[in-house]
Design a protein around this ligand. Structure first.
Ligand code: ATP
Length: 700
């Protein structure tokens, strides 16, 4: 039984508001944001006559859905918990409770009734339809058939029937402790509705305060970015910086290498210079990212960006050099989902920069915003086109939604034109408050125009089969697609070749730091977790092949050469979700190399990017082998070369965002291997959508 199941049984249902330990989400036990049902749909499952469905029937169906894997056991528990609170209640409420709980596992904050009614069978993880109901599926009714039999044909009637239930609160001013909340045709579990309300309220208050930007500031901006008034296109980095000087909340979205770090470093320099001149003190500035790896990468690129700045020494000295994880910043408390810093114990800072903000889920964003002091500035950096967070909510995506359609206020339009030195494109759309706070950087300095990775990433992002076809035909050197018949053979050979250099270096006695550096140059990424084409099957096959070549010291348990990824935060060890280490023999024990596995240590890069830390394998709680990792888990990381393994047949987990994220983890070469010829194209046509009220409430 899972942790959440236990809390259900004890009557403290965690999805409402229980105080339970924070757990690292596991991207792979769920299919986050996977709305896309299989194209063929479950057409042959039986329809039911109206009125044939009572509570017992619904409960039986929920059990059957769980048995065939359409629904999580947790969702059925929740539905039972809700119906127990209203004996003799409407079975539609029970069904709706199961469906809303299930959406959380797929990354949605709520169940959007309108969306659900348009395609009811897409709300569960239904299998592909093969023309007839499988033996397993006999006696199973789809959500669409159930809703129809319950008489739900319009969203109004669904909402009306939910509204009269005593387990439902009504949005807005609701202060009851009812487990479900209905607001504007969106059905929530109370805890997530509360998170959404608090995130929106904090964002609104951050967006309310705007400062003046002096001519002197703009002159300094010009000196850092140069004069771009005669350029063919506006300098969006400069525009972003000008907006961030004015705002307390700024979102800077951009693909890989579009200059997010460069921009924010220059912005911090401007803010510090002005604070030093006007207040005689530097601002307290912190940088954070959702994973250790992302924080280390930010620290690294920040170092380069700070070194390249043309600013007075006092300003340079005041700039932060190190990023931390959000969990470290907020202060994880053992056995609690709450942090040490919260609204009553705010963070001591003036400016907070959060990188890889697309990975921040709603709950973490709520904690972060609550702990932000009221005077502080918040700058969110990220790539709106990447996979969203594993857990429910996609706040960065919600904030960026419509950013390019919405028009800035006249004040921001004037400011950004002063900064850019040229008129910005004006769109014929009503002004949106979000547009004053969101900038999308357009130009990649990493993927030049002849980069195949850049071109394919753009094609996938645009969902353009024509652009993707042109990529394959162009003969780019840095992107390759190989169709293979099976998971073994060529695919495993590629993986072994990729890891050979690092493992040979380890065997030759290279320093752990050098081995870690070499290891980070290549990575196998998978779309799936389970099965032979997933992380589990590939890790087994790769380690067996490496062992045959004597490149690793074993195939099970701990062995020299085993790379691991941390899956559970451990503040005591200073290890966080996403950190990657390698098991190696302690350098001092080299003479006893064959002695015992007890001499193995797992070496992790130091969070500062300098040096390594050695941890006894036995002290590590949540880790998994990382010869292959999911694209979800690779977010926030980059590798020189990537082998991206896509499933051998169509699969709803394959979305535009997943393939885009996988491809762009590679800096210099990406090889895609699959047995499904149209894998990239079919994924490019399937865009993730996440139900949320954040954008709507903020006026996106
Ligand atoms: N305006 C610019 N002119 C020239 N080079 C630039 C400019 N902006 C950024 N670069 C260069 O492009 C590279 C990527 O920049 P940066 O690290 O700031 O991008 P990023 O968006 O933060 O990248 P990542 O995707 O790694 O997070 C760096 O080498 C940087 O020096």
């Amino acid at each position: 039984m899972t942790r959440r199941d236990k809390s259900l049984e004890s009557g403290q249902f965690s999805l409402f508001d229980a105080d339970e330990p924070l757990e690292t989400p596991d991207a792979d036990d769920v299919v986050p944001g996977d709305d896309a049902s299989f194209e063929s749909g479950p057409g042959s499952y039986p329809a039911l006559p109206d009125g044939a469905v009572d509570m017992a029937f619904i409960e039986q169906q929920l059990e059957r859905w769980v048995a065939v894997g359409w629904l999580r056991p947790l969702d059925a528990h929740l539905a039972r918990f809700v119906s127990a609170r209203e004996p003799g209640g409407d079975p539609l409420v029970t069904l709706s409770a199961a469906l809303v709980s299930h959406q959380l596992g797929r990354g949605h904050i709520c169940l959007d009734l309108e969306h659900a009614l348009r395609d009811p069978d897409a709300v569960l993880s239904l299998p592909p339809h093969d023309g007839q109901a499988s033996g397993e599926a006999v006696g199973i009714v789809t959500p669409g058939a159930l809703l129809a039999a319950l008489g739900v044909h319009h969203v109004e009637s669904w909402s009306e029937r939910l509204r009269v239930s005593c387990v439902l609160g009504q949005g807005e001013e609701d202060t009851t402790s009812r487990p479900l909340v209905l607001e504007d045709r969106r059905l929530y579990l109370r805890r997530f509705w509360q998170h959404e309300c608090s995130v929106v309220a904090r964002l609104q208050s951050l967006m309310a305060g705007a400062g003046a930007v002096s001519d002197e500031m703009l002159a300094r901006l010009e000196s850092l970015f140069g004069d771009s008034s005669a350029a063919a296109a506006p300098d969006w980095q400069k525009v972003a910086c000008a907006m961030a000087l004015r705002n307390r909340l700024t979102v800077i979205s951009g693909g890989p290498g579009t200059g997010k770090t460069t921009t924010v470093t220059r912005l911090l320099a401007l803010l510090q210079e002005s604070a030093l001149n006007e207040q005689g003190r530097a601002l307290i500035t912190h940088l954070a990212a959702p994973t250790g790896k992302a924080a280390a990468r930010l620290s690294q690129s920040l170092g380069g960006a700070v070194a390249a700045l043309d600013v007075p020494e006092a300003v340079r000295a005041s700039l932060p050099r190190e990023a931390t994880t959000l969990h470290r910043l907020l202060g994880v408390r053992r056995d609690s989902r709450h942090f040490r810093h919260d609204a009553d114990h705010p963070l001591a800072l003036d400016v907070l920069v959060v990188d890889e903000a697309s990975m921040v889920d709603l709950e973490l964003m709520a904690s972060l915003l609550a702990a932000l002091p009221s005077h502080a500035r918040l700058i969110l950096l990220g790539d709106r086109d990447q996979l969203a967070s594993v857990e429910a909510g996609a706040v960065l995506g919600d904030l960026c939604e419509g950013a390019e359609q919405g028009r800035c206020s006249d004040a921001v339009q004037t400011l950004t034109e002063r900064a850019a030195g040229q008129a910005l494109p004006v769109r014929d759309a009503p002004p949106s408050v979000l547009a004053d706070h969101v900038v999308v950087l357009q130009k990649s300095y990493r993927f030049h125009e002849h980069s195949g990775i850049g071109a394919l990433a753009r094609g996938v992002n645009h969902g353009s089969l024509e652009e993707i076809r042109r990529c394959w035909q162009a003969g780019f050197q840095d992107i390759e697609f190989q169709l293979v018949r099976e998971q073994g053979g060529a695919l495993i050979r590629q993986a072994v070749n990729g890891y050979r250099e690092a493992l040979r270096a380890m065997a030759d006695g290279a320093a752990p730091e050098a081995v870690l550096r070499l290891f980070a140059r290549f990575q196998v990424l998978c779309a799936l977790r389970r099965g032979s084409w997933g992380v589990e099957g590939l890790n087994d096959a790769i380690v067996e092949a490496l062992f045959r070549e004597k490149l690793v010291g074993g195939t099970r348990g701990w062995y020299a050469g085993r790379p691991v990824m941390v899956t559970r935060n451990d503040p005591q060890l200073g290890l966080y979700n996403g950190d990657i280490g390698i098991a190696m023999v302690m350098p001092t024990d080299k003479a006893n190399r064959n002695d015992a596995s007890g001499r193995l240590r797992v070496f992790f890069p130091h969070p500062s990017g300098d040096g390594v830390r050695a941890v006894l394998p036995g002290r590590l709680g949540g880790v998994e082998t990382a010869f292959a990792m999911t694209v979800h888990k690779s977010q926030g990381s980059e590798f020189e070369r990537v082998l991206l393994v896509l499933p051998e047949r169509p699969n709803p987990i394959m979305t535009r965002e997943l393939v885009y994220t996988g491809i762009t983890r590679a800096r210099s070469h990406c090889l895609i291997m699959t047995a499904f010829a149209g894998a990239v194209e079919s994924a490019a046509l399937r865009q993730t959508w996440r139900a949320s009220g954040v954008g709507k409430r903020l006026g996106a």
